[in-house]
Design a protein around this ligand. Structure first.
Ligand code: ADP
Ligand code: MG
Length: 367
C-alpha cells in the first residue's frame, strides 16, 4: 500500500542522492590525462600537476642544456701569453676532472689539436664560477669574471674583447696560470631544434617566458633574443635559482621551471611545476613533477594543453553528473521512479562520466 510506495520512493531518492558519478568525475579524467601524458612521453608524477598546469602563467627555462643543446663548441681562442695551443692545453688540464658542459668543449678541442693533457695534482670545482687546479706548483684558474675577481686577477684591460665575444652569444672562459691572465676561450652552444617554436607557442598561449642562467647577462641576452625571450635573469648562482622562482611566485605567478642540470634541482622543487628534461641529470629527474622522456621541448606545450584538456573533461563530467542527479531526484521524489530504474540511471550516469573521460585518450594534443 502507501507504506511500500513511500519506502520505494525513499530508496529511489536515496540511490540518486548518492553522488557516485560526481565522486568519479575528477579521478576518472585525471587518470586518463596521466595515461595520455605517458603515451606522449610526458611522465606526470601526480595528478595534482595536471591541475596546477592549467593555472600556469609563467614558464622559466634554464639556458644551457635546456634551450640549448648543451654541447658547446670552441669558436675563438684569444691568446695573451703563449699561443692557441698553450691556452687550450692549460684549460684542458683544468677541465679534465670537470663535469661541466663547457669542459667538454675544451677537451674536445684539445683532442682535435692532438694535445697530450696531463692530470692535475689538485682539483677544485667552484659551482657557478669555474675550476681551480694545481700542477707542478702552478695554479691554473679557468672560469668567468667572478672567479677572476675573487682570485685577484685583473681583467679590466680585456673587458672590451670579452664583451665583444659575449655580444655574439658566446660564453667566454677566462684562463689564468700562475696568477697571470693567459687567454680567453669563446664557446658557443647551438639552440635546440624546437626552442624558438616552443617559446612562440607558449607566448601564444598567454604564458610569460623567462630565461634563467648562471651565465653572464650579455651572453644570456644574445641567446634570449635569438630564441625570442624578453625576460632574462642572468648571473644566478646554482644555489640561488630556487630563490628566483620564489620571487616570481611572490609576484603572484604560477611558475613552471624547465631544467636539466643538478644545479636546477632546487628550482625544480620550488616551482609549482618542475619539468625535468629526460636527457638531463638523474637528480633533476627525481625532483621534477613532470618528466619529459625525450628532450623535445614541444612536450612542454603539449603538457600544458593536455592539462587544460583534462581540466575541461573534469568540468564536463561534473556538470553531467550533477545534471543527472538533480534532474532525477525530483522525479523520484514524486514517486515516479522505481528504485531499480533509479539504480540503472545512476549506473548510466557513472558510465557516461567514465566514457566521456575515455574520450580524452583520443584527443589530439599538438604543440
Ligand atoms: P648554467 O646555468 O648556464 O648551466 P652554471 O651555473 O653551471 O651555468 O655556470 C655559470 C658560469 O660559470 C658559466 O657560464 C661559466 O662562465 C662558469 N663556469 C662554471 N663551471 C665552469 C667550468 N668548469 N669551466 C669554465 N667555466 C665554468
Ligand atoms: Mg643546464
Amino acid at each position: 500500500g502507501n507504506y511500500t510506495l513511500s519506502l520505494l520512493t525513499f530508496i529511489a531518492v536515496l540511490i540518486l542522492a548518492c553522488p557516485c558519478a560526481l565522486g568519479i568525475a575528477t579521478p576518472a579524467a585525471l587518470m586518463v590525462g596521466v595515461g595520455k601524458g605517458a603515451e606522449l612521453g610526458i611522465l606526470i608524477r601526480g595528478a595534482e600537476y595536471l591541475e596546477k598546469a592549467e593555472k600556469l602563467n609563467t614558464v622559466v627555462f634554464d639556458k644551457t642544456g635546456t634551450l640549448t643543446k648543451g654541447e658547446p663548441e670552441v669558436t675563438d681562442v684569444v691568446a695573451f701569453d703563449g699561443g692557441e695551443n698553450d691556452i687550450i692545453l692549460a684549460a684542458s688540464i683544468a677541465e679534465k676532472g670537470s663535469e661541466h658542459p663547457l669542459a667538454e668543449a675544451i677537451l674536445q678541442r684539445a683532442d682535435m689539436l692532438g694535445l697530450k693533457v696531463s692530470e692535475p695534482e689538485t682539483f677544485e670545482a667552484i659551482p657557478g664560477h669555474g675550476v681551480k687546479v694545481g700542477l707542478g706548483g702552478k695554479e691554473i684558474l679557468i672560469g668567468n669574471r667572478k672567479l677572476m675577481n675573487d682570485s685577484g686577477i685583473a681583467i679590466d684591460e680585456k673587458e672590451e674583447t670579452i664583451a665583444g665575444l659575449e655580444e655574439k652569444g658566446n660564453t667566454v672562459i677566462i684562463v689564468a696560470e700562475g696568477g697571470k691572465l693567459k687567454g680567453l676561450i669563446a664557446v658557443a652552444d647551438t639552440l635546440k631544434e624546437h626552442s624558438v617554436d616552443v617559446v612562440k607557442g607558449l607566448k601564444a598561449e598567454g604564458v610569460q617566458v623567462v630565461m634563467l642562467t648562471g651565465d653572464n647577462e650579455r651572453t644570456a641576452k644574445a641567446i634570449a633574443s635569438k630564441v625570442g625571450i624578453d625576460r632574462v635573469i642572468a648571473n644566478v648562482l646554482p644555489g640561488d635559482k630556487a630563490k628566483v622562482i620564489k620571487d616570481l611566485q611572490a609576484e603572484g605567478k604560477v611558475v613552471a621551471m624547465v631544467g636539466d642540470g643538478i644545479n636546477d634541482s632546487p628550482a625544480l622543487a620550488q616551482a609549482d611545476i618542475g619539468i625535468a628534461i629526460g636527457s638531463g641529470s638523474d637528480v633533476a629527474k627525481e625532483t621534477g613533477g613532470i618528466i619529459l622522456v625525450s628532450d623535445d621541448l614541444r612536450n612542454v606545450i603539449r603538457g600544458i594543453k593536455l592539462s587544460r584538456a583534462t581540466m575541461r573533461k573534469i568540468k564536463q563530467n561534473l556538470f553531467w553528473a550533477f545534471f543527472y542527479n538533480t534532474a532525477a531526484i525530483p522525479i523520484a521524489a514524486l514517486g515516479l521512479l522505481n528504485p531499480i530504474i533509479a539504480a540503472a540511471a545512476m549506473a548510466i550516469s557513472s558510465l557516461s562520466v567514465v566514457s566521456n573521460s575515455a574520450l580524452l585518450k583520443g584527443a589530439k594534443i599538438e604543440a
